[in-house]
Design a protein around this ligand. Structure first.
Ligand code: DHB
Length: 386
């Protein structure tokens, strides 16, 4: 096979890149190790920045998102037993939309397949070759055959554990990592919403987050040991922990319901520089990871791809390499801003096992500053909405 752009990974980055290239008249082939059913069912975060929403809508894949997504104009910080609203829209003029990542995936897969786009699912043993030559290649197993794609460029959109990043010789990679001594226990619950806006709660027992997926389905998280196991958490213990962390003098109470999905998420910050090697460009989680606090992961992937698609457009229309040459520097500026924001939100809201009482008082002082100073609230709000 030959294609201008070979894309490794059918996550948000790879699918959106393929879609945006198609709108510019540029062909691509997407390869994906999982099945369509699997990628369309994998649960991830659900908060879309205004810029993400606008790009999806402008590029013609936002119809269902506009119909089913829930626009939120504020979030709540809850600590010391009281709630405080951060008025995102009043402060910034922008809002966020709650619409699950796997719904975005479904919309993008459908758009690509309806347009005759090539997505090869259940590809095995993919290997990237000749990345520093004018004709990079990918070889893999698909439908019991060995196949090869020769491309002008390869986009590595295959996530943190994908093959793309390790295909860059280690002497050309600078990696920055921070792992956090906790994870998130996440559940999906059949229950009505207990709150009109997302609640980020700081508590002595640890962080908790009340989010939503629809008027009937709620998404809840609480900080846990990253090594913990699902079997240690019968339903009653989960509710006890959530109620304890969300309790307050105002008497607000979370509505319980049937828990029908549960999982533990590790938390890490990671960046590789640069995001390019030869004719391989990394985008999304293949190049960077943020801890989930603040929900920046998908939005960063979308930003990468917006910049990368513009670079490819200029290259294929005018042979100008300016955009592609600037890709890594431009993308990394946004990446590091989001890395800082996600680290800050994580540090301010979670309990660290080795925290002294002094450090805990500092966290509370910072939270108090955020909810009482317009300048500090705006700092949070403009990063949160993107
Ligand atoms: C969700 C996830 C996040 O990381 C966050 O900050 C807010 C909401 C969610 O899955 O709904």
């Amino acid at each position: 096979m030959k294609t201008p752009v070979a894309i490794v990974g059918a996550g948000p980055a790879g699918l959106l890149l393929s879609h945006l290239l198609h709108l510019e008249g540029i062909d691509s082939v997407v390869i994906e190790s999982r099945s369509r059913a699997e990628i369309e069912a994998t649960l991830r975060a659900g908060v879309l920045e205004q810029g993400t929403v606008d790009l999806l809508a402008q590029s013609g894949v936002g119809e269902r998102m506009k119909r089913e997504g829930m626009v939120h104009e504020g979030i709540v910080l809850r600590f010391a037993g009281a709630s405080h609203r951060i008025a995102l829209t009043e402060l910034t003029g922008r809002a966020i939309t709650v619409y699950a990542q796997h719904e975005v995936i479904k919309d993008l897969v459908k758009a690509r397949l309806d347009a005759g786009g090539a997505i090869l699912f259940e590809v095995k043993d993919a290997a990237l070759y000749d990345l520093d030559s004018p004709s990079p290649k990918i070889r893999f197993h698909h439908e019991r055959q060995v196949k090869e794609i020769a491309a002008d460029f390869v986009a590595g959109c295959d996530g943190f554990h994908g093959v793309s990043r390790p295909s860059i010789p280690s002497r050309h990679r600078h990696e920055f990592t921070r792992t956090y001594p906790f994870g998130w226990f996440g559940i999906l619950v059949e229950a009505p919403a207990s709150t009109a806006e997302l609640i980020y709660a700081h508590h002595e027992r640890g962080f908790a987050l009340v989010s939503t997926r629809s008027p009937q389905i709620q998404r809840l998280y609480f900080q846990c040991d990253p090594q913990d196991e699902l079997k240690n958490w019968p339903d009653a213990r989960i509710w006890e922990e959530l109620h304890a962390r969300l309790a307050g003098a105002d008497g607000w109470k979370l509505a319980e319901g049937r828990i029908f999905q549960r999982g533990i998420i590790a938390m890490r910050s990671f960046v590789v520089e640069p995001m390019r090697y030869g004719r391989l460009f990394l985008a999304g989680d293949a190049a960077h990871i943020v801890p989930p606090t603040g929900a920046k992961g998908l939005n960063l992937a979308v930003h990468d791809v917006r910049v990368l698609a513009a670079g490819f457009r200029d290259y294929f229309n005018t042979r100008s390499e300016q955009g592609l040459k600037g890709y890594s520097t431009t993308a990394l500026k946004r990446v590091w801003r989001a890395e800082h924001f996600s680290w800050w939100m994580t540090s301010m809201l979670h309990r660290f096992h080795d925290d002294t009482p002094f450090q805990h008082r500092l966290q509370l002082a910072e939270l108090d500053y955020v909810v009482s100073s317009k300048a500090k609230a705006l700092t949070l709000a403009e990063s949160y909405v993107g």
